[in-house]
Design a protein around this ligand. Structure first.
Ligand code: PEP
Ligand code: MN
Length: 285
């Protein structure tokens, strides 16, 4: 980690706390539980996620509208229409939203409609994109590349920090291995190491790591036990019908149950899962 400067811990207590909204933070004693579908599909879908999980409680909602798909023939995301749905749900429920930015040309619209810009695994070393999100006044959730070393991951964060954006959240989401049984291998050793090496919040995405919904809850619990500052989990009102990543997606009921179980792990590691968000305005619809 020789060349990193801004990402490294200066002393044992050095820890960045990132504000996602006026009430939601990550990196302090509050955990950040993010839930939502792989892809934004409709207003009704996002409304169901927010209304069921606000009280779980989750602290932020996810949903991709620009999707990095392996096949160009697969659903590519709702684009601007999806951003408007996200912004509507955010305003109505008071939950910050996280969505992926794939290109510099998308930054302005995403920064206007969302609270956190996600840089996906496939773009972790898209250096021009990193420099550009480094100039945005919104937090960035940076996912570890499919086969990135920790040094490469930290140096990617260093690009964003050195271009002026101090609000970087690291996300471990599994790395490629030889074994196709799981989609990726969740590297909890990386979580422990990143918490020691850097002052940045570290969250874990067990969904893309496991690729199978039956593995997700226990990996999420292990992540919190290992010192992660939060988890981001894919869930959907009708998981089997998800347009992308259906196999790893939890039902809203399973997600709500997971948040309850995470509460017990949180207690054991002196963390809390705060209730945030607000009751929706009845005048909407
Ligand atoms: C996602 O979170 O929607 C996603 C595409 O994840 P990753 O970049 O980790 O594959
Ligand atoms: Mn996904």
């Amino acid at each position: 980690m020789q060349k990193a400067k801004l990402a490294l811990k200066a002393h044992a207590d050095h820890q960045t706390v990132v504000n996602l909204s006026s009430t939601v933070t990550v990196g302090g004693s509050d955990l950040l539980i993010v839930g939502g579908p792989c892809s934004v599909e409709s207003q009704a879908q996002m409304e169901a996620v927010a209304s069921r999980l606000r009280v779980a409680p989750i602290q932020a909602i996810r949903g991709g509208v620009y999707k990095p798909r392996t096949s160009p023939y697969d659903f590519q995301g709702m684009g601007l229409d999806g951003l408007e749905i996200l912004a509507g749900v955010r305003d109505r429920y008071g939950l910050p939203v996280i969505t992926e930015v794939m290109a510099i040309s998308q930054i302005e619209a995403i920064a206007t409609h969302a609270d956190v810009l996600q840089v996906g695994s496939r773009n972790m070393q898209n250096f021009d994109l990193l420099k550009a999100v480094g100039q945005v006044d919104k937090p960035v959730l940076l996912k570890r590349g499919l086969a990135a070393t920790l040094e490469e991951f930290v140096m990617a964060a260093e690009y964003i920090l050195s271009h002026g954006n101090p609000n970087v959240i690291l996300c471990e989401r599994g790395i490629r291995s030889f074994d196709p049984f799981t989609r990726n291998v969740l590297d909890l050793g990386a979580v422990v190491a990143l918490k020691q090496i850097t002052h940045l919040p570290v969250v874990v995405d067990p969904s893309h790591a496991a690729g199978k919904r039956e593995l997700v809850a226990n990996l999420a619990k292990a992540a919190i036990a290992s010192g992660a500052d939060g988890v981001m989990v894919e869930c959907h009102p009708e998981p089997e019908e998800s347009v992308s990543d259906a196999r790893q997606t939890l039902s809203l009921e399973a997600m709500a149950e997971l948040v309850q179980e995470l509460g017990r792990i949180a207690n054991a590691v002196d963390r809390t899962i705060p209730q945030t968000g607000v009751m929706p305005q009845l005048s909407w619809v």
